[in-house]
Design a protein around this ligand. Sequence first.
Ligand code: BGC
Length: 761
Amino acid sequence: MKFIKQGCTEINIKKRYPATYFRRRFYVKTTIVRASLKMTALGIYEPYINGTMITDMLLLPGFTNYDRRLQYQEFNVTKFIRTGENIIGVIVGDGWYRGNIGAFNSTYSFGKELKLAASLCITYTDGTTEIVDADECWEWSSEGPLRENDLKTLERYEAVRDCEWCKPDGQSAWSWTACAVSRYTGRLVPSTAEPVMEHEAFKPEVIRTPDGSTVLDFKQNLAGHVWFRVTGKAGHFVALTMGETLDTEGNFTLQNLQGKQKPGSALYVGQRLEYILKDGSQEYKSKFLISGYRYVKLENWPETVHPDNFRSIAIYSTLTVTGRFRCSNEKINRLVENVQWSQRSNFVDIPTDCPQRERAGWAGDINVYLETANYFTNTKKFIEKWMVDFVQAQKKDGSLPYIIPEVPALGNSHSSAGWSDAITTVGLMQYLFYDDKKIIADTYEAAKAYVEFNRKRAGKRHIFHILKRGKHYSYILDTGFHYGEWLEPGSSNIRGSLKAMIFPDSEVATAWFYYSAKNVAQMAALLNKPEDAKTYAQLAEKIKSAYQMEFVPKGKISSKRQCKYVRPIYMELLNKEEAINNAEQLNRMCIQNNYRIGTGFLTTYQILNVLTDYGYVDTAYYMLENEQCPGWLYEVNCKATTIWEGWDAITKNPDKIASLSQNHYSPGAAISWLFSRCAGIRPKTPGFQKVIIRPHVGGSLTWAEAEYHSIHGKIRSCWKLDNSRFILDVEISDNIDATIILPDQSVYEHAKTGKYSCCLK
Ligand code: BGC
């Protein structure tokens, strides 16, 4: 495909520019059979033909590392084309290509100039074809109404400039200039993942806050667009600011996301839509600005604010829903819904950490959350697309970034344990759910090179550990940058980062070094590479014994932190007996902590599984159902509609608004436990062709129900308690081989759809 751009414009990277409007006239001589348009842009594009938007896909062409590869889309546009004169029009905004991205608002990350590529192929009834390519016959204008077009900080639309700029008989007073032909040096690839589209729409409640502002409460935190209808006079200015919370006095605030930062600062989030009215009644929906929000503060509204005139529209990648869960505890049901909302908000073309502050493809977040995502939705294509950028981001020395696509400004900080290790976990998780080895084959060399990179890092010694003796220490990873356990209750982002920089937690890094080596061995075995399988299994064993010598002397863990027990037990870093003993100690600690969660980012998704698998099912339930802070249901009691980054994102402390996002799925990753342990649906073989259904009863629950649509068919597990009887109702597709294990340990092999029951002691 050929590319075009504005001619001769000098771009100053200290400035931001209005969106570029591109258009081209073309003539269709007679009736056509088909017209197909291939298109992409360096920037973000919205395509029109004869004034009509030709697709409901959003944020095109999607986010990839544009230096290396760029996706294109193909649209069947037959119905938009008429005989005679036609116009293709395209609005191109900055998007991820040169707009604000990442925590520190890097701009112009992939380039300075917006570019557009297009190729329209028209097939006439007589079989002849005609191609309309990107060429000098295209013209561009920057005088359109979209004056500011950032994805994150600010969109400004001057409706007074509206005109029919891409209709054959329309009039436009903007000045138009011929485009210059340009090129793109990366690889063009067809987009394969599910498109980002509009989904649920919410109507607000209008509230007047104590400081006198008018605020819309849409009752659901999400990532999306605001739509409004307004009547007023030309030139009237209105502003809408999107935020996810009210402060302790009940006023609108963005402080939890941006502190006191002002426009232009690196930590400014903004999420502001400014709109200049034209005369009369009009409607607008933010175009490229996408905000993480529940509340909208209105400024200067020219008429009575009526809920019917506003909608909050959720925007996310359109994945197929595969699972659902419900139980007798309504608070758990709300928690499940909250986690799903955080997934939707953060599955916007790439898996992100949060939809407001950073919106970045943090690898650690999807590493911990992927299993839960897979129960809820089919993530196969969505993750495959992201993994291509992950693999391609690897440096020659095997190191990997922890944000993908890489945000160039952060590009030097590489290979944090638990984050970059997603290179070795994601393929195996996808294989388990979708029974397709391709992702393992595609990521294998990168995973192996990453483990080798860690082997070299482990061979070096941290300056503070220079006196450490013993041969085993060459398998202890204590160098490099590692976030560590991250965000344990009571810790903070800033303190955590500083600590991570100076004292990388070698226990965390070594455990992940082991886990990744073990994963690579498993990947090698699956790909029929016995030599590699042996090499990495042996490496894993060496790391394991070094870990035990260093962190579990005499088989005993001495720590007050839950994560220090959960991690080695979950990763199988301990011998059987040691695991049993340390799990017992973990259970005691959880009880002493009044069943409050004490883990951070890297083990919260593991703790319920560990407790359950070592026989402490009640403790797992009490922890999940604990309503005190820190705890999952504390958030539900605070009327949360998504999952928070930290447990105390909202507290009763009137002096403080926690600097935490309220829409982070990572602590919601424990929800896979409801499918895999509570309802008990777990794959025995990849793709759930063989499945184990082993429900666990506990806590306040009197019934629970989960359903998962695997690639081989439906699996539903629904249990209830009838006095002292446990009754399980299962539905299993004919081609799935199920093993049912009831709470009294009775086993049914090759089980069929039906009811199974046992007596509870
Ligand atoms: C993000 C996280 C991320 C982390 C790295 C944060 O600022 O929001 O979710 O994984 O940094 O520790």
